[in-house]
Design a protein. Sequence first.
Length: 197
Amino acid sequence: MLEQRIQQHFIDSADLEFQAGPALSKPITQAVQALLACVTSGGKVIACGAGASGLLAAHFVAHFVGRFERERPGLAALLLPGDADDPQADQADAANPERFARQVRALGEAGDVLLAISPSGDSAAVLAAAQAAHEREMTVLALLGGQGGALAKALRETDVQVLVPNDRIARIHEVHLLALHCLCDGVDAQLLGEQES
């Protein structure tokens, strides 16, 4: 029984990734282009997410500053510290909704990119960070799920939305991780050229 349940997780995850690929390839391509425009003009990426999404943001920053699969000079990115130790933070962050926005206002500059990760799109802190990024004339790259929530409604035409067509948080996180890997690989391919598999 437990083995079947575990196998079903793998099946569900693979099925969602397979189905989402065609729909997400265009916005992920747009996101790569936004990241390239940012870093090649001397800008930086500021990443944030509440709860487990903060861990995904940290994962992205580590690859962007360090390396993904090939050696290259570090690219400018920083993680806004949050509450990654609280797995429920994405649903219950109303107590301190300005924690990311204050940092975006202090560190963000026109031409920078805010990578905002929220499976529900309703994280008050991530939404406030996006609004602060708009004040600073930054592009927002939003990784969302389900219907996109309040954050999807707050995005501008110049922003990029990568919306996972699913409502299950674990599945959304899995696709967000794959999307982040695609972003790192896409930037590397554009900067360094294609690499043979």
